[in-house]
Design a protein around this ligand. Structure first.
Ligand SMILES: [Zn+2]
Length: 100
């Protein structure tokens, strides 16, 4: 897969790397707050990335230009995001992608 900083996100010179899924930063913020409360969670990069990916995969994608204001935010509430995060933490805790 092409990296975001390379040519992989360019079309005829137009940079598309800053068209982002609107939910990314909302999930990252919720993840940042939830992580310190996860007793017994591994917390390595692989496990944190796994929690993030599992959570993002449950939220309908909605892409916008970075910095754009979304006039009709997606129906995914903060409560939903926190609930998806809790599920993801449980899954990764039970089934980490690396030896324990
Ligand atoms: Zn881990």
């Amino acid at each position: 897969m092409a990296d975001r900083d390379g040519d992989g996100y360019r079309v005829r010179g137009h940079d598309l790397a800053h068209v982002r899924n609107y939910s990314e930063l909302r999930v990252i913020e919720a993840l940042r707050e939830a992580l310190p409360r996860q007793a017994g969670f591994c917390g390595c990069t692989l496990c944190v990335q796994d929690v993030y990916a599992l959570t993002m995969n449950r939220i309908p994608a909605h892409y916008i230009q970075s910095g754009a204001i979304l006039l009709h935010p997606e129906a995914t509430s903060r409560d939903d995001i926190e609930s998806y995060l809790r599920d993801a933490f449980e899954r990764v805790r039970a089934h980490p992608k690396h030896p324990r």
